[in-house]
Write a protein that binds this ligand. Structure first.
Ligand SMILES: CC(C)(COP(=O)(O)OP(=O)(O)OC[C@H]1O[C@@H](n2cnc3c(N)ncnc32)[C@H](O)[C@@H]1OP(=O)(O)O)[C@@H](O)C(=O)NCCC(=O)NCCS
Length: 138
């Protein structure tokens, strides 16, 4: 199996990452993907990682440490490469960054209708935290 490497995103990767999320149906009307990437890159408490096949971005993972918990966001693998271990490597890369940042726990949010992705994370050792996430737009 091929070994994949995740590195910090560069300016040249940004549009490709947005295309990747579009292909993975991760973009929601209320989230501006370019803004989300820019926000993550603007603070040392988060990182934005990508894997490339030659020059093409094929996977992403965003990690953020909020001072209490580590969070993963935007884990995505190009549809043609899903099922080949790249998703696990993306999660590993985010976890490595979070441990180094000082996080003792990692968690993430998945829509509870997304059974396929919940199965993926459960396979990697993640479990339901019996928590309701509440939010409010500023
Ligand atoms: C979810 C996603 C990142 C998984 O990536 P992937 O490359 O397909 O996953 P991998 O091939 O690395 O799978 C890792 C392991 O999980 C297992 N797995 C994958 N999906 C699974 C499922 N639904 N149930 C149980 N196990 C699953 C694999 O068999 C593999 O097991 P192994 O390493 O023990 O052999 C990918 O499908 C994706 O990008 N989906 C669309 C975007 C998305 O919804 N992201 C999540 C946002 S919260």
């Amino acid at each position: 199996m091929r070994t994949w490497t995740f590195e910090e995103i560069t300016d040249d990767d940004v549009d490709q990452v947005v295309d990747l999320w579009r292909a993975c149906e991760l973009i929601r009307p209320w989230n501006d993907p370019h803004l989300d990437i820019a926000d993550a890159r603007s603070t040392p408490t988060s990182t934005f990682l990508v894997a490339r096949n030659a020059d093409a971005v094929v996977a992403s993972a965003m990690a953020a440490f909020d001072g209490h918990r580590g969070w993963l966001y935007y884990v995505a693998v190009a549809p043609g490469l899903q099922g080949s271990g790249l998703g696990r490597t993306a999660v590993d890369a985010g976890e490595v960054w979070l441990r180094a940042a000082g996080a003792r726990k990692v968690q993430l949010m998945v829509r509870n209708t997304n059974e396929q992705v919940i199965g993926f994370y459960e396979h990697l050792g993640y479990g339901d935290q019996s928590t309701t996430v509440l939010g409010r737009w500023f």
